[in-house]
Design a protein around this ligand. Structure first.
Ligand SMILES: [Zn+2]
Length: 818
């Protein structure tokens, strides 16, 4: 029994029965078991839970992976009549189910997507707590910069059953360590592993039950399970901290302890953790319930991000309508959570310090195990930037042709609202009218799939066969028996595709309301790649059952997707009858990929560059929004359609900011997927650098056991060693490298270069006015010291007139840039 837990449970729940049980158990010999908490017990703080503390854990739970592209639609197909094992493909002989002991519980509904699924938060919205505000400076319980707070506080420290230091009077770590047996530490880790797996299973099952059958009952159960799991993690963390690590020479043991010693916000004392969760709850409540009125239809209101606003952003070509939606969304989301976010920053930093980091940026960078994360991603971006600038210049030209040179300048950043989505993060929405060869349509095998009678089940059988053809694992029986591959008719399901690891080494599932179309064919392979990853590292200790770094899971899934979506593979499957091997099709295909993946890279970089700067304090609170736009301009070459000020808070209009979920993993995975894909293709002789007859984008690893062997070697180590070592030992590359992405897009790059030359495009962008001011009212007086000093050379009459206009408009909806 982890007796430290007693105090937490008492503090939080004030439940005498539970407390007594725990106290009695403290007298027993050390073990990790938690008492069963009856599902009928109710917590007095029910409603908030400790959800986000693990939701935003930097060591991602690694149990549920969602794809970036979300499926908000609903299948019209009937539910699968027989979801059990089809018996078509043999289960890998090495796979054996182990320990089917517990079957209830789970993980927070972490949104791993880059588009956000605002409807799927588990946090209930509690109106009564809306006005709670935190003033850290006046809170005597809030001890800033005190990493020993938890240990020193009488409410927390104390009778830990894993007190390896008991009776030892020296402070020398080595001396203390010699008092304990290494075997004792290993026994501790074994017990911890066993118990953590069971607790995880329970939690995952509760989350699964909720997501696949959304109702009040399952939501309560999911919240309870999450609370319990957070408590367990907290107890384990406290126990692990008591183990002196200094003299442990066994690497795996040391690494397990090190990972267990970091739990993120759960390290906060209960009242602060509660505040942390409330802040996120309140911000997400604003985000999830935000609605605006339609452009020029003031009585048509209640439009939400999904589906209405996103549809406008990707389909409308009306400049004013796009600008209306863009500004109104921000007025109703980010602007309203700015105050809350400022408080969240302080708490996140406090949590990081309790985990022995200098601030939250160091904590967020920790899983990448590098000395200088900023420099690493900067160098990779410099590798990719020349290609991005080519795409940027081409797209800017096509937009200029569509909207006119008075709105889209030849050399300025692109206004952010005409790029096809709410944030300018993926430009896929404008592919239809920027396509290099409009006459040549893209390959779409959807009609052929329908004609051949594909169903959700056969799509997944096809995906399994893809992996089996590379000598990788078939899906275990539980997968076919328990997955939800089709929209059930009798209950509400959160349809965002996701892959689940139930932490018990035999239960793995996918949840997806599969449509029979090409997009979902690729997504099915992507999701199943997550399951392959789960299976490959299933024999690792629980703490290592995760991607090698937070970008790896998605990178593997997307590397698989690159092969599956290639026209060559679709031809092999018999879904494309005629050869589509010509330059126009190739260029269109690569362009479509680039508008999603390449355009996304600088956005992903900005998301966390901004937060790193915020967490370190390099950017002050009164500079938040203008710093955001400085980075958006610097990396993405985009600008706001209207003047912004520090009254706005545009970062807060993107889900992952109020949810406090790190984002650089998406940058990493986008770079890494091409490195992995290139290595697989090079090793199997399908890609030969410099040989135009073997371009990278035409490589298909289907039926190639060598590719499967390399993939398995990458995945089977989980996070048991640093990711750089995993990569070095499997594909011979020890760091992130943007050159693989350049290789993949080489034919497109050549095409873009000559196209831009032909039309005389300006590469890059130069600042053409003021995008953000400290306050709109005083902007013209330069009261604010000027985050944009360097840009004042561009300050001209035009922008001054714009500023005057702005000062007369409380909302700047109608403002235009010239
Ligand atoms: Zn995924």
């Amino acid at each position: 029994m982890a007796c430290a837990l007693t105090r937490i449970v008492r503090t939080i729940f004030k439940f005498s029965l539970v407390s007594i049980f725990l106290v009695q158990s403290c007298l027993a010999s050390p073990q990790l078991d938690l008492p069963p908490i009856s599902s009928t017990q109710r917590y007095n703080n029910a409603g908030y839970g400790l959800l986000s503390s693990t939701q935003s854990s930097i060591n991602s739970p690694g149990n549920q992976y969602d794809v970036q592209n979300q499926n908000f639609g609903f299948s019209t197909a009937r539910p699968s009549q027989n979801p059990s094992t089809p018996g078509v493909f043999p289960v890998s002989s090495t796979f054996r189910g182990i320990n089917p002991d517990i079957n209830n519980n789970g993980y927070p509904n972490v949104n791993y997507g880059n588009g956000g699924n605002p409807s799927s938060t588990l946090r209930p919205y509690d109106e009564t707590n809306r006005d709670d505000r935190i003033d850290i400076n006046n809170d005597p319980n809030f001890r800033r910069n005190d990493p020993n707070f938890a240990r020193n506080d009488p409410s927390y420290a104390g009778a830990n059953p894993y007190d390896f230091n008991r009776g030892v009077n020296t402070n020398s770590i080595d001396d203390r360590f010699h008092q304990v047996n290494l075997q004792q530490v290993r026994d501790f880790l074994l017990k911890a592993d066993d118990q953590a797996s069971k607790e995880c299973t329970n939690n995952v099952a509760a989350q699964w039950n909720f997501e696949t059958d959304v109702n009040d009952g399952t939501q309560h159960a999911a919240l309870d399970a999450q609370q319990r799991y957070t408590l367990f993690q907290r107890g384990l963390w406290e126990a692990a901290q008591q183990v002196p690590r200094g003299a442990i020479r066994d690497y795996a043991t040391f690494r397990q302890l090190r990972l267990l010693s970091i739990i993120g916000p759960s390290a906060l004392p209960p009242d602060q953790l509660d505040r942390y969760n409330r802040l996120i709850n309140d911000m997400l409540a604003v985000y999830n319930t935000a609605e605006i009125c339609a452009y020029n239809e003031p009585f048509k209101c209640g439009l939400h991000l999904q589906p209405e606003l996103q549809f406008v952003m990707s389909h409308s070509r009306d400049w004013d309508e796009l600008q209306h939606v863009w500004t109104e969304w921000r007025r109703n989301t980010g602007r309203r959570v700015r105050d809350l976010y400022e408080q969240l920053v302080d708490l996140t930093n406090q949590a990081a310090r309790l985990n022995n980091f200098t601030d939250a940026s160091a904590y967020w960078m920790f899983p990448y195990e590098t000395v200088n994360m900023r420099q690493d991603v900067e160098e990779v971006w410099e590798q990719v930037k020349p290609l991005y600038e080519l795409l940027h210049a081409y797209v800017r030209r096509r937009l200029r042709e569509a909207y006119g040179p008075e709105r889209i300048s030849r050399s300025a950043p692109i206004p952010a609202h005409v790029l096809g989505d709410m944030w300018g993060q993926s430009w896929s929405g404008i592919v239809p009218f920027t396509l290099p060869y409009p006459g040549k349509t893209l390959v779409d095998v959807t009609p052929e799939m329908a004609q051949q009678g594909y169903t959700p089940l056969t799509i997944f059988q096809l995906a399994e066969e893809f992996f089996v053809s590379m000598n990788m694992s078939a899906m275990p029986p539980d997968f076919w028996a328990l997955s939800v591959l089709d929209q059930p008719a009798d209950r509400h399901v959160h349809c965002q595709p996701s892959a689940w690891d139930f932490c018990n080494r035999h239960d793995y599932r996918i949840k997806m309301c599969t449509h029979v179309d090409m997009k979902d064919l690729v997504t099915a392979h992507h999701e199943m790649a997550h399951i392959e990853y789960f299976l490959a590292y299933r024999n690792q200790p629980k703490v290592f059952r995760d991607g090698a770094n937070p970008g790896f899971h998605e990178a593997i899934g997307e590397a698989i997707a690159l092969a599956v979506a290639s026209p060559r593979h679709l031809q092999t499957l018999g879904l494309v009858q005629k050869s589509v091997d010509d330059t126009a099709h190739d260029t269109n295909y690569l362009f479509t990929q680039a508008m999603d993946k390449l355009a996304f890279l600088p956005f992903a970089l900005v998301m966390d560059r901004w937060r790193w700067d915020v967490f370190t304090g390099d950017v002050r609170k009164e500079q938040y929004n203008c710093h955001w736009w400085r980075l958006r301009e610097q990396y993405q070459g985009i600008k706001p359609p209207v003047l912004r000020s520090e009254l706005d808070f545009d970062p807060g209009s993107k889900y992952h900011i109020p949810a406090n979920i790190p984002y650089i993993r998406y940058f990493v995975s986008t770079i890494l997927q091409f490195q992995i894909y290139r290595a697989l293709c090079e090793r199997t002789g399908q890609f030969i650098p410099g040989d135009p007859s073997r371009p990278l984008h035409k490589c298909d690893i289907y039926r190639n056991p060598e590719a499967g062997r390399i993939l398995t070697r990458i995945m089977e180590r989980g996070s048991s060693v640093p990711w750089t070592q995993v990569l070095q030992e499997t594909i011979g590359e020890g760091r992130l490298n943007g050159e693989a992405l350049r290789d993949y897009f080489r034919p497109l790059e050549d095409w873009l270069r000559s196209e831009n030359l032909r039309t005389g495009e300006y590469l890059g962008w130069s600042y053409d006015g003021d995008y953000c001011k400290f306050s709109i009212e005083t902007a013209g007086l330069q009261v604010y010291g000027g985050f944009y000093n360097a840009a004042h050379r561009h300050f001209d009459v035009t922008s001054f007139v714009t500023l005057l206009l702005a000062s007369f408009l409380t909302t700047v909806v109608m403002m235009r840039w010239r």
